[in-house]
Design a protein. Structure first.
Length: 271
């Protein structure tokens, strides 16, 4: 039998870690002296110790190693195959992260600050009150917000407190030069609309989001940075882009304090 210090030296596992492995039931001494508490290991346990080192090197956590070492040989193969697939997924995630970092490093000048404000995420599905209109300029959006607010109140539809307003631009109408836009308020559930506005459900969607602080004059520059970001990350726009106003003229008078989120529905680019 080997005392813990001898076993530590032969197994290349520190005394501290051996005590921890004993505590969690991963590698327990064969005998503990009842008088002095000395731990004693069998030389055969060096095989287990080496298995632990090998599995840790392959990226297995201690709980996983306990499971592996308690299963039959054929089940161990299942564990290894699953871990291999997990590692492939992890490798792909790291590649994506490297691409994003390289994309930011490749941006120039002031646009670099915007690249750090871009993220890919899932927007949850939501019910919204929606009003469509045509406006001559972006500030005229406020007219549509007023109409939608009054329409919701007339129908006794409660607007969520501090909930951000949203807008979807459909482009410019060729004949009139007017901008076609939907303005939306998120709701807590489905309600009934009327002839002036509609209630609809926006499905959950994968989006690239760019959030910025300050005036809307930055939008053009941010759109250019997002376009480059999408290209470098092999993503394509898949759906109607929309804007979320977290702080806007409706609740904030200083345009330097505006908080705006530009959302671009995306999918993996097909070769």
């Amino acid at each position: 039998m080997l005392r813990i210090g001898e076993f530590a030296q032969l197994s290349s596992i520190s005394i501290h870690m051996l005590r921890h492995y004993d505590k969690i039931g991963l590698l327990c001494p064969r005998h503990v002296d009842g008088m002095n508490g000395y731990r004693y290991y069998d030389k055969e346990q060096l095989v287990q110790a080496n298995q632990i080192i090998a599995l840790k090197t392959m990226g297995f956590g201690l709980d996983e190693i306990k499971d592996v070492m308690s299963e039959k040989t054929e089940d161990v193969n299942d564990f290894l195959h699953k871990k291999l697939q997990d590692k492939y997924k992890e490798m792909n995630r790291i590649k994506e992260q490297i691409t994003q970092i390289q994309g930011i490093l490749n941006t120039n000048g002031d646009s670099e600050q915007y690249a750090l404000q871009i993220a890919r995420k899932t927007m949850e599905s939501m019910w919204v009150a929606c009003l469509h209109g045509e406006i001559a300029s972006y500030p005229d959006e406020g007219i549509l917000w007023g109409r939608l607010t009054r329409a919701c109140r007339d129908c006794n539809i409660p607007l969520l407190e501090d909930s951000p307003a949203m807008a979807i631009y459909h482009g410019t109408i060729a004949d009139t030069g007017m901008m076609s836009v939907d303005v939306l308020f998120p709701l807590n559930k489905e309600y009934k609309g009327n002839d002036s506005f509609s209630i609809r459900k926006i499905p959950a969607q994968d989006v690239v989001s760019a959030i910025f602080k300050g005036s809307y004059s930055q939008i053009y520059s941010i759109n250019l940075v997002v376009a480059k970001w999408l290209e470098k990350n092999h993503l394509a726009i898949n759906g109607q882009c929309f804007t979320i106003y977290h702080n806007s003229p409706g609740n904030c008078k200083d345009d330097g304090a505006f908080i705006t989120e530009l959302c671009f529905p995306v999918q993996e680019k097909r070769d």
